[in-house]
Design a protein around this ligand. Structure first.
Ligand SMILES: [Zn+2]
Length: 92
């Protein structure tokens, strides 16, 4: 397990908080997330746990149900999917 110090730094007017993670942590070859990736977050006492959020939809190419996996959210807010059946990538 890699460790570093982060910080809850900015609180928006809607009440959302941001957690900043040090570059040396996020650039580690074992860091499991990509920029913009959605995560499921939970807390327990003094721990915060972020896990990969796997959202599946129907593929826009082969039309297979629940075959396209969300891989990231683009900067413009659209979601980027990869189909595990036909390997096509698309934004929605
Ligand atoms: Zn497909």
């Amino acid at each position: 397990m890699q460790k570093a110090r982060g910080r809850f730094q900015i609180r928006r007017s809607d009440g959302a908080w941001f957690l900043f993670l040090p570059k040396r942590l996020t650039e580690d070859s074992g860091f499991p997330f990509e920029k913009g990736e959605r995560v499921k977050v939970a807390f327990s006492e003094d721990a915060l746990i972020a896990r990969k959020f796997i959202q599946r939809i129907q593929c826009s190419f082969c039309l297979a149900d629940d075959a396209a996996k969300l891989v990231r959210t683009n900067l413009d807010g659209t979601a980027h999917y990869i189909c595990e059946k036909c390997d096509e990538e698309f934004d929605e």
